[in-house]
Design a protein around this ligand. Structure first.
Ligand SMILES: [Zn+2]
Length: 268
């Protein structure tokens, strides 16, 4: 009986020592590999060289380095572009991700109030927009949708006109190339307050209200100030994107762009 207990204790001790050796080896491996990116869930092994290069050229944290490379920012806008085939309420359309001419938005409905004529949005986005505009109007404010869903052809004409008047470099800072506009998703809205041009929206009471309340209805300011290097667009106080209240709240509280949110939490 006693002998048995001795053998068992011996085995337990040997097992514990083996576990300790294994742990130590693992620790040494991490130190040896010295890969500070691996701990992030959105790390992509195939991008490791790009992370290292980007990290050396920019003064950013490991996390921001990974996110920006995954967004595609280590390459110029409109390079390494990817087509999005199917509509998704959380889809990301930007200068690296586009839709084709045949892309369809399901449940596209006309915006019946608080909009110019012939404005269409995805149904859930439309419902939230109406709710938001109604609550704003209770506070004596006028929110009006002046540009919503756009077809490929519409964006093509728009962009080509800007191209003619301003040239490629300038046009690219404020207008999307056809297929690359968030307006193709039916989830984006440009606003004015009826009284002044949308270009002046930043200086209106409506904008101040939107800054404090849009996220409660699931909308985010899509092209914020000082984030041009991530979004690829100049600051647009008038352009909002519907992402739902949970995500809009997170983005609002953390002061990040949709690109950063998408590549941290939604990219697969
Ligand atoms: Zn817009």
């Amino acid at each position: 009986m006693k002998k048995g207990i001795y053998i068992l204790s011996g085995l337990v001790i040997i097992f514990s020592i083996l576990c300790l050796i294994k742990d130590k080896r693992k620790e040494n491996e991490v130190i040896k590999n010295n890969n500070p990116y691996e701990i992030f869930s959105f790390y992509k092994e195939e991008n490791l060289n790009r992370y290292e290069k980007y990290f050396n050229n920019n003064n950013l944290s490991y996390k921001d380095t990974i996110l920006r490379v995954n967004i595609g920012l280590d390459n110029s806008f409109y390079t390494n572009t990817k087509e999005i085939i199917n509509f998704d309420k959380l889809m990301l359309v930007n200068k690296y991700n586009y839709v084709s001419e045949s892309f369809k938005v399901p449940n596209l409905v006309e915006v019946s109030e608080f909009a110019k004529d012939n404005m269409y949005l995805e149904k859930e986005c439309m419902t939230s927009f109406i709710k938001m505009a109604r609550d704003a109007s209770i506070n004596g404010l006028n929110l009006r949708a002046i540009s919503t869903y756009r077809t490929y052809e519409y964006q093509e004409n728009l962009y080509n006109n800007y191209l003619k008047s301003d040239g490629l470099e300038k046009a690219d800072t404020y207008s999307a190339r056809p297929g690359f506009s968030e307006h193709h998703t039916g989830l984006a809205i440009d606003l004015d307050n009826i009284k002044t041009s949308y270009m002046n929206f930043e200086n209106t009471k409506e904008f101040t209200w939107m800054k404090e309340n849009a996220y409660k209805y699931g909308f985010i300011l899509r092209y914020p100030k000082d984030k041009e290097n991530i979004t690829g667009y100049m600051y647009e106080a008038w352009h909002y994107r519907y992402v739902g209240t949970r995500i809009a709240t997170y983005i609002h509280e953390n002061n990040i762009t949709y690109e950063e949110y998408y590549y941290e939490f939604l990219d697969k």
